[in-house]
Design a protein around this ligand. Structure first.
Ligand SMILES: NC(=O)c1ccc[n+]([C@@H]2O[C@H](COP(=O)([O-])OP(=O)(O)OC[C@H]3O[C@@H](n4cnc5c(N)ncnc54)[C@H](O)[C@@H]3O)[C@@H](O)[C@H]2O)c1
Length: 413
């Protein structure tokens, strides 16, 4: 190796000689400089030649070409709660995964956790991009060879959607269109779409089957229903394999404690019940506010169907494995059992061991009294049933992660 440091450490006076107030260049220094530039150029050229000769230099990235026996899945929103758990499961099963996320709501810490678990080249890549940027999305599709897309990325709070509906139509409906257009343009033929029971609105009859009319009552549900309609219309004249999964209320986290749910603190007020329970148990908020005690339910509080995230991602893998060209599958993903908010709070108290303070308040606009699924179709067609149906156990697992990560993923980011 050549030692450039010696030249640099020469005393300043020896580089140029001031004469009669004028600076004359020192010819020796000039020679030195030209020599250094030449040497640097030679070394750079040498490096390029050596790199080019290395077998990896010209090899295209593993993400850019299809490989027999390897299914490459684009996971949009993979830095988020459900998307990161889905990516973990896919990686564990040797799928190749590309996460695209704009980190508006997700956590780079979740991506880092996945990268640490799956560091081998060709397993996982993360691309920071906004799905609203059609040009960027198109570029991602042209540089990568995806076999399937799991489209999780979305803003996903009912309350927020009533305050800022345009954000929801833009982020959910028009971004789904962008993803679909890129899939069509680049011949990606399998789509697993994250939909929601909010597309059903407030049906009279329980449980909700896939035939229950969809009459959403808030912008979140409406935006998701519109996205579903776009996908369904497109699928009529294409050979795309489509699976639409309508999730009920998702709770829990990875039983091995590698990932968790860590929404942005500023979204707490819109947040979901499990997050609020944990925040109350940790003393971040003074207690729980249960909104509505006069619903026509057994104990007067709302009834929901809580599905563990581990079961949910299992449904995604089964949907992917059973997706068929020119076929559309629409499935409810729930346990089939409704639990009241009061039941949930009791389970949360036991799971955390904290006597959480509960304040009962009037109903929140946009909330439905009772929602639970009929999961017969997914059981029959995809051989899927919820396994993690013990509310307290799911909450205990999630609580363990919360306690181990009091600042969410902050330490990792
Ligand atoms: N959590 C639930 O209970 C629930 C229930 C039904 C349906 N869903 C659906 O599941 C999906 C995932 O929800 P989640 O709970 O994991 O939410 P999340 O907020 O944790 O994750 C969503 C991810 O999408 C990313 N994202 C948002 N807009 C983006 C954009 N324009 N470009 C790129 N990335 C973007 C966010 O940064 C985040 O990482 C959503 O489609 C949601 O509607 C969730």
């Amino acid at each position: 190796m050549l030692n450039f440091a010696r030249g640099r450490s020469q005393p300043r006076s020896s580089r140029s000689m001031p004469m009669s107030g004028m600076e004359y260049p020192d010819p020796k220094k000039n020679n030195n400089f030209v020599g250094k530039v030449l040497m640097a150029a030679t070394l750079t050229a040498l490096c390029i030649v050596m790199l080019k000769q290395s077998p990896k230099f010209n090899a295209p990235s593993q993400f850019s070409q299809h490989e027999e026996g390897v299914t490459h899945v684009l996971v949009t929103g993979g830095a988020g709660y459900i998307g990161s758990h889905a990516a973990l499961r896919l990686l564990k099963e040797s799928y190749r995964v590309t996460i695209v996320d704009n980190l508006s709501r997700g956590n780079i810490g979740a991506v880092k956790a996945l990268q640490e678990l799956f560091p081998e080249p060709g397993q996982l890549q993360f691309i920071y991009a906004d799905l609203g940027d059609a040009k960027a999305v198109n570029k991602i599709f042209s540089k990568n060879s995806f076999d399937a897309v799991m489209h999780f990325a979305a803003v996903a709070y009912v309350g927020e959607s009533t305050l800022d509906p345009l954000k929801y139509y833009h982020n959910i409906t028009s971004n789904t269109l962008v993803v679909l257009e890129s899939m069509a343009a680049h011949g990606v033929r399998t789509l697993i779409y994250s939909s929601t029971c909010a597309t059903y609105g407030e049906p009279e009859k329980m449980p909700i089957t896939e035939e229950t009319p969809q009459v959403p009552i808030n912008p979140y549900g409406k935006a998701k229903k519109m996205a579903e309609d776009i996908i369904l219309d497109f699928s009529k004249n294409s050979d795309m394999a489509v699976m639409i999964l309508r999730y009920f209320n998702v709770i829990g986290s990875d039983p091995e404690g590698r990932l968790g749910e860590a929404p942005r603190p500023e979204l707490r007020e819109h947040g979901r019940i499990s997050g609020a329970c944990f925040d109350a148990a940790r003393g971040i908020i003074p207690g729980l506010k249960v909104k509505g005690t006069d619903y026509k339910t057994n104990d007067g509080t709302c009834i929901r169907d809580y599905i563990d995230v581990t079961d949910l991602v299992d449904a995604h893998v089964k949907a992917l494995q059973n997706a068929k060209p020119r076929k559309v599958g629409i499935y409810n993903v729930g346990t089939g059992r409704g639990r009241s908010v009061k039941e949930f709070v009791e389970a949360c108290k036991k799971a955390t061991g904290v006597e959480i303070k509960v304040e009962y308040q009037p109903r929140r606009p946009g909330d439905y009294a009772e929602v639970f699924s009929d999961p017969t179709k997914i059981r029959r067609e995809l051989n899927w049933t919820a396994q993690f149906t013990d509310l307290q156990e799911s909450l205990q697992i999630a609580w363990r992660w919360q306690k181990a990560h009091p600042d969410g993923y902050a330490a990792a980011s």
